[in-house]
Write a protein that binds this ligand. Structure first.
Ligand SMILES: [Cu+2]
Length: 189
């Protein structure tokens, strides 16, 4: 009977954390961890979530482990010399400042699962252990979102707008010169 009650409570706890997608450890709240679906044999996948530090001292995420991935790293996006964004591993983990929320999202900071042993199938969940300097270890669950149903990243059109402004300025100068030349021609007569 005792075993049955404990078993029931554990089951309820798991159901609650999975549906709410919120995980607590120490002063940290980790919300909506997700990864994106992958085609078969894809070697890597990104992991995304928000981490809020409700405490009064900074904490630090030191990546973690996952049974479906050889390595779990923390990556940041940086501008390469050729003007193309690329990702690199953060040095010394990722600081979660006291009282702040850090967002890991596509195109920005993210967890990188490297060496996937499984395909990421939409709506499946995958457990992973995250390691924090102060809060310690926490097991969270990543939901796999269907990448084909997610909005695509917006393109940057700022360069096009600048080009249009430059072209507008030029005809005004040309008009002024043309008028000046026309006046001189008339004066000659
Ligand atoms: Cu990455």
């Amino acid at each position: 009977m005792k075993t049955l009650i404990i078993g029931t409570l554990l089951t309820l706890g798991l159901i609650n954390s999975a549906s709410a997608q919120t995980f607590e450890v120490g002063k940290l709240t980790i919300e909506t961890p997700y990864t994106r679906s992958t085609p078969p044999m894809t070697p890597v996948a990104g992991g995304f979530m928000t981490i809020t530090n409700n405490g009064e001292e900074d904490d630090r995420l030191f990546a973690g482990t996952a049974p479906f991935s050889e390595a779990v790293e923390i990556h940041e996006m940086i501008m390469g010399e050729n003007g193309v964004m690329r990702m690199q591993q953060t040095k010394g983990g990722l600081v979660i400042p006291a009282g702040k929320t850090v967002e890991l999202k596509p195109g920005g900071l993210h967890i990188m699962f490297i060496g996937l042993s499984e395909q990421m199938i939409p709506d499946e969940t995958h457990k992973s252990l995250l390691k924090f300097e102060h809060a310690g270890d926490v097991e969270i669950e990543f939901i796999v979102k269907d990448i084909t149903k997610m909005p695509a990243a917006k393109m940057d059109h700022s360069k096009m707008n600048h080009g249009a402004m430059d072209q507008k300025a030029m005809p005004m100068m040309n008009d002024a010169k043309t008028d000046d030349a026309a006046d001189k021609t008339h004066a000659h007569h």
